[in-house]
Ligand binder design. Structure first.
Ligand code: UDP
Length: 454
């Protein structure tokens, strides 16, 4: 059989691209598959400029394939509308996708689509090409999205925002764990919000493809993975993908940054004492208001801790005075920062990549979630995994100082012990004999079987 040709289509944002490119590299490095990875032209340009992806991928049968993009596709923090984003992508990408799927000279055997791009599923189905889905969020957040119709049916949604501390009773497997405030933020805006409708529509398509790939690992989310399997039996938990890639490509140092990484902060970290620095970053989309940034800054300074803070130039907010104890950068080499011995805590928005990177590095978190899956992840970090504090909805200087002290002083032993244990479990899951290692091999075999039957 000639080399199988897999087409991978991520949604065009940093978090989705990072985890799906990791999966693409893993497939190329461990099989004889060839991968075509679709990205809008502006992302292609930025990956070539700022990451080591193009030189790294030269050694693999992996091609980054630029496609045209529309006016709404480059996520602008603050004015982001998920429906416009997906509609625009669908209308501009579909012709290229159809062309690739109809190319007899270089046929596509299988598609791995981002699970929020149902138009890819539909287009591939029309062309008779088998599809697997990948969702780039946690299993727990996926399950919450999946259960939204049930919460509506049982009249737990919509709710009155007066009492956000009421716990949910109809969320199977998470009764008593999640409060109203821990649901994705769109749940606070009624059922008709565009975001809510779009996300529900996309999520409900998930049982249609051949299987669902998640960037998580069994030890971390076993109960939720079991729940998802009751509705989507063919599930592959293959994460944490960045760690998985490192074990299978021994020592591979991959960067998928869409912004230029300021590596000088690693030198600055070299001069700081062990476990003394809080790393502060809110990922690639969150916009922090000047007011919130001021509260955060005062909280950090009052805690007396050192900090390394990522302030993207497009993130709103204000210039931060770093002074002697702090350092501010525009974009950091995050994985290397979290692995640095000087870093003892992470103030994070709880995007799923950031959360997993912190888990793998064994760094406890102070969570300040903004939207989407972040609200659910932060609840699990605090209330279920016990590796940090969740300060959602209460980011003022007093709370920040208290939480930072909790994580780095008052309860540091407890958080560090749990974080170390989870980091060990994460590493074990991606080596031979581990659950994610096994699931990746199973996925590869299933892709081969599906393609040979097609
Ligand atoms: N990231 C980075 N440098 C930074 C900030 C973020 O490399 O200064 C990376 C981070 O390591 C993670 C990704 O950007 O892999 C952000 O993804 P996540 O899912 O955490 O959040 P999103 O950007 O999707 O909100």
């Amino acid at each position: 059989m000639s080399k199988l040709h897999i087409l991978i289509f991520p949604a065009p944002s940093q978090g989705h691209i990072t985890s799906m490119l990791n999966l693409a590299e893993l497939l190329c490095a461990t099989t004889s598959f060839r991968v075509t990875f679709l990205v809008p032209a502006y992302i292609h340009r930025r990956l070539s400029q700022h990451s080591n992806a193009t030189s790294r991928l030269n050694h693999l049968p992996l091609r980054l394939h630029p496609i045209p993009h529309g006016p709404h596709e480059d996520i602008r923090p603050g004015s982001f509308d998920v429906k416009d984003w997906l509609d625009s992508l669908s209308s501009t990408a579909q012709p290229s996708l159809r062309e690739l799927l109809a190319d007899d000279e270089d046929p596509i055997d299988c598609v791995i689509s981002d699970g929020i791009l149902s138009f890819v599923l539909e287009t591939a189905e029309e062309a008779g090409v088998p599809v697997f889905y990948m969702r780039t969020l946690s299993a727990c957040a996926f399950w919450v999205y999946f259960c939204l119709p049930h919460l509506i049916q049982s009249q737990e949604l919509p709710f009155d925002c007066d009492d956000l501390d009421l716990t949910m009773v109809n969320l199977r497997g998470m009764e008593g764990v999640l409060r109203r405030r821990d649901l994705p933020r769109c749940c606070r805006h009624g059922l008709d919000s565009r975001t809510m409708q779009t996300i529900m529509h996309q999520t409900l398509q998930t049982p249609r493809p051949r299987g669902l790939i998640l960037n998580t690992f069994d030890h971390l989310e076993a109960p939720t993975l079991d729940l998802i399997r009751t509705r989507i039996p063919n599930l592959y938990a293959v994460g944490p993908l960045h760690a998985h890639l490192k074990t299978r490509l021994t020592g591979n140092s991959s960067s998928t940054s869409l912004w230029e990484e300021d590596k000088t902060c690693l030198k600055w970290l070299d001069d700081q004492p062990e476990n003394s620095v809080f790393y502060v970053s809110f990922g690639s989309i969150v916009r922090v208001t000047a007011e919130a940034q001021t509260e955060l800054w005062h909280g950090l300074v009052n805690s007396g801790k050192r900090f390394l803070w990522v302030v993207r130039t497009d993130s709103g907010g204000m210039e931060i005075a770093d002074g002697g104890r702090g350092r501010v950068v525009g974009w950091a080499p995050q994985e290397a920062v979290l692995a640095h011995p000087a870093v003892g805590g992470f103030v994070t928005h709880c995007g799923w990549n950031s959360t997993l990177e912190s888990v793998v590095a064994g760094v406890p978190m102070v969570c300040w979630p903004h939207f989407g899956d972040q609200q659910v992840n932060s609840r699990f970090v605090d209330g279920v995994w016990g590796i940090g504090r969740d300060m959602k909805d209460h980011c003022d200087r007093v709370v920040v100082e208290k939480m930072v002290r909790d994580v780095m002083e008052d309860r540091s032993c407890e958080f560090q012990r749990r974080a170390r244990d989870l980091a060990k479990a994460a590493r074990e899951s991606v080596v031979e004999g581990g659950t994610s290692y096994y699931d990746l091999d199973r996925l590869i075999q299933d892709i081969r079987d599906v393609c040979s039957a097609a």
